[in-house]
Design a protein around this ligand. Sequence first.
Ligand code: AMP
Length: 292
Amino acid sequence: MQVLRTTAQMQAYADEQRRKGHRLVLVPTMGTLHAGHLALVNRARREGDHVTVSIFVNPTQFSPDEDLASYPCDFEADCDALGSTGKVDAVFAPEVDELYPDGAEAQAIWITSPELTKYLCGQYRPGHFRGVLTVVLKLFACCKPHVAVFGLKDAQQFYLLRRLSHDLALGIHIAGEPTVREADGLALSSRNAYLNSAERAQAVVLSRAVAQARELMEHGQQQSAPVVAKMTSIIAQAPLATLQYAEVVRTDTLVPVKAFSPGDEIMAAVAVYFDRTRLIDNAIVKIPLSQC
Ligand code: AMP
């Protein structure tokens, strides 16, 4: 497994792999790898024959009041975990000044999508997706993938990146991998490490809420309001939880809908704080033709 530290090294290496005729797959991460990330690596193997994992904690997607300074990192443990899969060919782990050589403040070009970030996390994390879209485009420019794999846990991010590739004609296939969960349903996340034991026990309400939303939508519920009410009431069962949002949106527009039509792809999503730890979850449902 090669470890590449500079954009120039990464680009030369990717060019070489392309010349050899490989189908390159990229898995972007911020490190502190868990089984969710490793599911993306497995998916990457199935999507192509050369897998690069990037590890980069991107400062421009954190707002000043967020957890950039305390974001967990253990590069050696991450490399061990990736090495032991036997499925990763290269790790791209640049320093911040490799991707922002003049400093982020000096950068004049940013990628934004006001349309697709009005709701869900975009509404509450101003600037977050500008940082994500911009850094992922840089990672694409460095790693030159044919395919990039992202988790559906971060569904707004996934749908935005799919549009990035489509709207800017990048020609990169954006693959989405289902959420990997703990035994009780909690979605794996690097941020789960911040939870104390009482919070951890109550955090199961997120997956319960979206599972109930799925159940309603798959069994004939045609209106959003009862789905939102159900998710809200389940989150309220956790005394330590503070709901930030419970929304039901179309996945193509990421805009809330009042009612569904047969064949619509609909996402029910929640964001919940436990003290300062923010967790998200979602259920994505194709509204069945026979039910509506
Ligand atoms: P992060 O390191 O948190 O930026 O995540 C890197 C990638 O892993 C993103 O595409 C995430 O959506 C994905 N990911 C994070 N948690 C999970 C999970 N529990 N299941 C599947 N993918 C995940």
